[in-house]
Ligand binder design. Structure first.
Ligand SMILES: [Zn+2]
Length: 164
């Protein structure tokens, strides 16, 4: 199964918002079992650059877990090259910014944390490792304007397996 993570936020003087582009961004997810539906209360960090091998999966995967209730194993993999920018035109609307391949388990909640890159309107000033766990406000010295990100929301949507 393939799931897209959609985010929505209000951008102020922000041109683009995107996860750190080197693949080391940590997607902070809560995961549930695809068989019995048991929700794991722990937050897990899933990163494209962090992959391991498991006996019950072919190849490397980014995150692997056994359901604590029914013991069925499952995995989540970040689809390579699927992460996208959230731009000024997207402000206030949901947009898919990354996709996951899931088997046996699936994410059902996402937490905004650190690791975001923000480019400002007009000045192109860049802020790195922005933390969105709370409303974010800064002052862009170049454009002499306040910049900010607020009203963060997220949801998961089902995607066709062969989506590019
Ligand atoms: Zn289960």
């Amino acid at each position: 199964m393939r799931l897209g993570l959609q985010i929505s936020c209000e951008l102020e003087q922000v041109k683009t918002l995107r996860p750190k582009s080197d693949g080391s961004f940590n997607w902070c997810l809560k995961v549930k079992c695809g068989s019995c539906g048991t929700e794991d209360p722990t937050w897990h960090q899933v990163s494209e650059s962090d992959a391991d091998q498991y006996s019950d999966v072919q190849g490397d995967v980014n995150f692997h877990m056994k359901c604590k209730f029914c013991k069925r194993p499952g995995f989540i993999d970040v689809v390579k090259g699927s992460s996208k920018e959230y731009t000024e035109d997207d402000s206030g609307k949901f947009k898919t910014i990354v996709s996951f391949t899931c088997k046996g388990i699936e994410p059902f909640q996402f937490a905004f944390e650190g690791g975001w890159e923000v480019k400002c309107l007009d000045s192109n000033t860049t802020f790195e490792d922005v933390d969105l766990s709370d409303d974010w406000v800064e002052f862009d010295g170049k454009s002499q304007l306040p910049v900010g990100i607020s009203e963060t929301k997220s949801q998961f949507v089902r995607e066709p397996e062969n989506k590019k």
